[in-house]
Design a protein around this ligand. Structure first.
Ligand SMILES: *[C@@H]1O[C@H](CO)[C@@H](O)[C@H](O)[C@H]1NC(C)=O
Ligand SMILES: *[C@@H]1O[C@H](CO)[C@@H](O)[C@H](O)[C@H]1NC(C)=O
Length: 521
């Protein structure tokens, strides 16, 4: 495969290595195996972490390593040969946590950093490959560079969206709102509690003047911490439209009326959609929360998983893998299939709750760390109570995902094509074994599908894109409100957390007023 081609071309170019002092070669294996020469200046560095205005809990950017002939490397350079230093330009010390770059296993690296305070002057980012500056390093991020917890919304949403390079439109959002050309808030106020509060997990929010207010309409609303934290984080960054809406924090989507029904469907916002319901969906609390808490407590998130995708394809075990709870009958079926076909499938239930009586036949498998899943070439994604929220992470690994057909979906599925980005399997799993055999026989195609899925999802599931998505849902919803949003007497203010150590000195509202001063400088 490609990595071998690169290795060979580097071996045959020993003379170039000898005369070009700028070019470095590192022996990674015994024998004649020299890693390809990286030309530091030709490497490509990009991503939102190079923009001061892309305020995120964890900022990040990418490095693609490029050889002296301008070819992208497709195998890992020794990750520790790239070093990144980030410091603030003022005298006062601002702590910046910069872990070692994550090796994405394909010649590219992911650099993450978390600020512990704001920097009014700005940041300097230095990227070095064996002490030589990479691409246009050093990079200067002109201050102010705000900390995640600064309440400093950009007044002009188009400026904010362009700093994050948000996509023009999201097909899922357009589709979700087809059922709701106009939203009458008075009607929702009368009908939503009556129809849905018994379901337990409903919250009623009003965002007015960028302040968040809410009331709970059910007994099981502890997960409001997840919707609160994201809505507050968004409101700190950008001026949101005034908007009043209902979020369902329970597992199942709720609204089963169809667009043409009389009375028509109500716009309920949920984390998971299904083909039988009309709920408007948001990125799940799982990927959202892990993006907010990455690098402080959470270990598996959309970024960290990219650096832990296991061995290279050819060194992975040629079997399908599954570990999980017993939340759906087909998961038990999968384990039974695995016992009969251990050469194709390694599946186990790690905890019993719904089907306790089956434990004595099927046994309980020990827990396996998520990153270890990627020691296997194939991953099986079987629904849990609704869509399995591990699917985004599985897609980010470099394994081939076998996805059970499902009526449930998350916000990004519409971009994925069966057979192109993953292998679809029937809901009853009856064609799974045959499809695993196909993959074993057609290794090149299997690897190509795994790669194309990974590459698409790496793009779609960047944490900053979650912010774009949340914003677009609120904005699309707001534009359809036929009556004015209001803060109701039984709502409580959800305050922004205070964080004095973030050194926030928001310049934004005054910035608009002093373009004259700037011109004089
Ligand atoms: C090399 O990688 C960069 C960064 O992903 C990409 O923009 C560029 O198109 C790639 N070049 C080639 C020739 O594939
Ligand atoms: C998969 O492999 C089989 C057996 O080697 C071969 O007959 C078939 O054409 C391959 N399928 C594809 C899509 O290449």
């Amino acid at each position: 495969m490609l990595p071998h081609i690169n290795t060979r071309s580097a071996c045959s170019s020993v003379s170039r290595v000898a005369f070009a002092s700028l070019v470095a070669a590192v022996c990674v294996h015994v024998g004649c195996s020299v890693s390809p020469e990286i030309d530091a200046r030709r490497c490509v560095v990009w991503g939102p972490g190079l923009s001061p205005d892309a305020v995120l809990p964890v900022r990040y950017f990418y490095i693609q390593s490029v050889d002296s002939e301008g070819h992208n490397l497709s195998a890992s350079p020794a990750a520790d040969s790239f070093r990144v230093k980030i410091w603030s330009l003022e005298k006062e010390f601002v702590r910046v946590h910069v872990p070692a770059p994550l090796d994405r296993g394909d010649g590219s690296l992911l650099v993450r950093y978390r600020l512990y305070g704001s920097s009014s002057k700005g940041l300097k980012i230095e990227v070095l490959y064996q002490d030589k500056p990479v691409a246009d390093s050093p990079y200067t991020l002109q201050g102010p560079v705000y900390h995640e917890s600064c309440v400093c919304p950009e007044r002009d949403p188009s400026v904010w969206r362009s700093a994050l390079q948000c996509p023009e439109d999201e097909p899922q959002i357009q589709q979700d709102f087809l059922s709701f050309p106009s939203i009458d808030l008075q009607r929702l106020l009368r009908e939503v509690p009556e129809r849905f509060s018994r379901r337990g997990g409903l919250l009623h929010y009003s965002l007015v003047n960028n302040q968040l207010h809410r009331r709970s309409l059910g007994k099981y609303t502890d997960f409001k911490m997840f919707s609160d934290e994201m809505l507050l984080s968004l409101a700190r960054k950008v001026k949101l439209p005034d908007v009043e809406f209902y979020i369902n924090v329970g597992d199942w989507p709720m609204e089963n009326r169809k667009a043409g029904d009389e009375p028509g469907p109500l716009p309920i916002i949920s984390w998971c959609g299904s083909t039988d319901t009309r709920d408007i969906i948001l990125p799940t609390y799982d990927i959202t929360h892990s993006s907010l808490e990455a690098m402080r407590g959470v270990t598996s998130d959309l970024l960290s998983v990219q650096g832990h995708t296991g061995p290279v394809w050819s060194d992975k075990t040629e079997k399908a893998f599954f570990r999980g709870r017993d939340s759906r009958e087909e998961r038990l079926r999968l384990v039974a299939m695995s016992k009969e076909n251990p050469e194709l499938l390694d599946a186990g239930i790690t905890a019993y709750f719904f089907f306790r009586d089956r434990e004595k036949d099927l046994g309980k498998a020990p827990l396996v760390g998520f990153f270890d899943f990627f020691k296997y070439k194939y991953q099986v994604n079987v629904d849990g109570t609704v869509a399995a929220y591990r699917f985004p992470y599985l897609m980010l690994g470099n394994s081939l995902v076998f996805k059970q057909d499902s009526p449930y979906y998350e916000h990004f599925y519409t971009h994925l094509k069966a057979g192109v980005h993953y292998i679809p399997v029937k809901r009853d799993l009856s064609d799974l074994l045959q499809k695993i055999r196909w993959a074993q026989k057609n290794d090149t195609q299997a690897e190509a599908i795994a790669k194309s899925g990974q590459s698409l999802v790496r793009d779609l599931l960047q944490p900053h894109r979650l912010y774009c998505y949340y914003y677009s849902v609120l904005q699309t919803y707001a534009a359809r409100q036929s009556t004015r949003p209001a803060v109701h007497p039984d709502m409580e203010l959800v305050p922004q957390p205070s964080d004095p150590s973030a050194l926030c000195d928001c310049q934004r509202s005054s910035e608009e007023l002093d373009p004259l001063q700037k011109n004089e400088l």
